[in-house]
Design a protein around this ligand. Structure first.
Ligand SMILES: [Zn+2]
Ligand SMILES: [Zn+2]
Length: 171
């Protein structure tokens, strides 16, 4: 029962991070603007941004960033409701933890090595992404980084191609 719950929580994190990286995060960096403007700024709150700039669309973007973790919930709930709640809780805790560096908290060396071993994104690695939007994808798991980088390159080429097509159709 407990093992089942932990397995479901892990599955939620794996599926959630996969969908978040490939269906939201990378496409948003290539085609969108709001993630870069809001999440990569010093104030990461989509709600505050929507209120301050009177742009309710920012709320939609904020929801889309969380939606990948909610998408597998109806399926996984049937396997273990406790596992789903644990997975969502861990996902939220990881969001808080991976942004702690901005508040001046460094991760101890031992913990950094352990995270490297189990392919878990540390605040230091996530900070690399905040500094360079092309680098260190994979919000929770580092192994999504290399395929995400390839996906980023592919979508950039697609974007350029679509732009050229539009230009030539207007000429
Ligand atoms: Zn971040
Ligand atoms: Zn980003």
């Amino acid at each position: 029962m407990v093992v089942n719950g932990i397995g479901v929580a892990l599955l939620l994190l794996l599926v959630g991070d996969f969908l978040a990286t490939f269906a939201y995060h990378v496409p948003e960096h290539v085609f969108g603007q709001l993630h870069n403007r809001v999440h990569h700024s010093s104030d990461r709150s989509f709600i505050r941004y929507a209120l301050l700039h009177r742009q309710p669309i920012a709320l939609v973007n904020g929801f889309l960033s969380a939606a990948p973790y909610l998408a597998p919930v109806p399926w996984l709930w049937q396997l273990s409701p406790e596992g789903v709640l644990l997975g969502l809780g861990l996902a939220e805790l990881h969001v808080i933890w991976r942004h702690r560096l901005e508040a001046g908290h460094n991760t101890p060396d031992g913990l950094q090595h352990l995270c490297q071993l189990i392919c878990l994104t540390t605040p230091e690695r996530h900070w690399q992404h905040h500094c360079n939007a092309k680098a260190a994808f994979g919000d929770i798991f580092t192994f999504y980084g290399p395929p995400a980088r390839w996906w980023w390159g592919f979508l950039m080429r697609l974007k350029k191609y679509l732009r050229q097509q539009r230009r030539s159709s207007l000429a």
